[in-house]
Design a protein around this ligand. Structure first.
Ligand code: CA
Length: 222
């Protein structure tokens, strides 16, 4: 899962980058509203953490412009303490959730997980597909209760497919959601990750849809 973190205060930005990366997200960073708006408008993010007080363009304006352009990714806004009017304006502008500064990283991560799974139509923190279970709280995947050893890229590919199971996902979609903006992207590596995942997963779970991409298919109940 790939997220955009927008925060102009360097210490807080570094903490947010470290905390979200440690939780397994691919993270792009912006420290002003103009860059943030451009990135959210042109890149594919599974969620955005958006500070409201930003140089060049304030966070509310950034959010309004995204929503006016039908950019629907979940957005968590960061508001100042006692900023109840900011929360109201932010939610009215299209924010999905808010967090008041200062906050605990654990709470931010829990809210991000909830936003991302709700955007995929999932109510539970545990995603299940046949014998395969993915616990988004601790980034663990198990098959019939047995833990899978996955590299961070394999986990990202699997997590994206699990959040979008039964949908056809193109190689390009996967590339967009497993690499950060500054990474040298190569869609051939996606095939390598899929090949490795297939060796670790029950046979037939990841289907190749010729010419279109991949699909993680929910097996029929036994
Ligand atoms: Ca700020």
């Amino acid at each position: 899962m790939r997220i955009l973190v927008v925060e102009d205060e360097p210490t807080l930005q570094a903490q947010l980058a470290e905390g979200t990366r440690a939780a397994g997200y691919v993270v792009d960073l912006a420290d002003n509203g103009v860059d943030a708006h451009f990135m959210g408008d042109t890149e594919s993010y599974d969620a955005v953490v958006l500070d409201l007080g930003l140089p060049q363009m304030d966070g509310i304006s950034v959010l309004r412009k995204w929503r006016a352009a039908a950019r629907v990714m979940p957005v968590l806004i960061l508001t100042a303490r006692d900023g109840w009017h900011e929360k109201v304006a932010g939610i009215d502008a299209g924010a999905d959730d808010y967090l008041t500064k200062p906050f605990h990283m654990e709470e931010l991560l829990a809210r991000l997980r909830a936003l991302i799974r709700r955007a995929g139509g999932h109510a539970s923190a545990e995603l299940v597909c046949g014998a395969l279970t993915l616990d988004t709280r601790n980034s663990r995947a198990t098959v019939a209760g047995k833990a899978l050893a996955l590299t961070s890229h394999e986990y990202r590919v699997l997590a994206y497919l699990m959040h979008h199971r039964d949908e056809i996902i193109s190689r390009n979609d996967l590339v967009e959601h497993i690499y950060a903006q500054d990474f040298d992207r190569d869609s051939n590596t996606v095939e390598v990750f899929i090949g490795r995942l297939r060796k670790k997963l029950p046979p037939g779970l990841i289907e190749t849809v010729r010419g279109l991409g991949y699909r993680l298919t929910t097996p029929p109940p036994p």
